[in-house]
Ligand binder design. Sequence first.
Ligand SMILES: C[S@@+](CC[C@H](N)C(=O)[O-])C[C@H]1O[C@@H](n2cnc3c(N)ncnc32)[C@H](O)[C@@H]1O
Length: 267
Amino acid sequence: MIETPFNYTGSKFKLLEQILPEFDYTKPYFVDLFMGGGSVYTNVVDKYQKILANDIIKDLVGIHQELLNSDDIIEITKSLCPDKTDAESFLKLRDDYNSNPSPEKLWALMLSCTSNMMRFNQKFKFNQTFGKRTWNSSTQNKVETFIKHIRPFRDKIRFTSNTFHDVNISSDKVMVYADPPYSNTEAGYNAYWKKDDDDKLYNFLLDIDRKGSSFMISGVLNHNGETCKLLTNLIEDKFNYKVLNFDYNKVSRVGKKETDEVIIMNY
Ligand SMILES: C[S@@+](CC[C@H](N)C(=O)[O-])C[C@H]1O[C@@H](n2cnc3c(N)ncnc32)[C@H](O)[C@@H]1O
């Protein structure tokens, strides 16, 4: 498995061994609807004819897109990363990103912020604090492995930055993987998740099913004692599901919580 160089909050990297064997490989096209750090599309890119990778955060998509094509982003991001002890430069970079955003600045912030967990306020301004960390040898190794793996597939990958319901699934030939943020979790990109998005995603998945394409959605059934309505509704609709076991301790603000991670499929 290839680990992408982002240490992304909510990354599915540790679950890939359980998730990937469950995809529908009879379809020629794959859509990673909420690609985040991209660990999923990266590890199925050789299995499908075409890949569409989407995320609502435009500069995050920009990082993936630029890394596919050139080393420039690597050099620029390295030069933007503050020194491990330089809180002032971090704050300057954060202000600079918030007034004049770019993929390189976002990546530098992701690498240097607390726990590598990017966080946005309700106005979509980056507001995570300095993590006393920066580009290091592990980042370098991951970047090199990632680009070596992904660039040969350049011609079959397309990136978009849309809200999920604007992604058009127009045929019965698509395997769609959905790994959305959830209202009952606390990740830093939840600012992008609107109140009615759970309902919209439910209808979006039913529509994929009606069209004859395949979907898998993954998520946490119980978190902090709260159940996820979207997932329980799909299970009540009698779609197939499997329970995985995962500890989302790192996403939570307080304490250690065991969670029930499930995948639900229409095939
Ligand atoms: C759980 S993460 C995906 C993690 C990813 N599977 C990985 O392995 O790194 C959810 C992603 O959904 C994105 N997102 C939030 N709201 C969205 C929306 N309305 N449409 C599309 N993407 C959205 C977030 O930016 C975040 O990257």
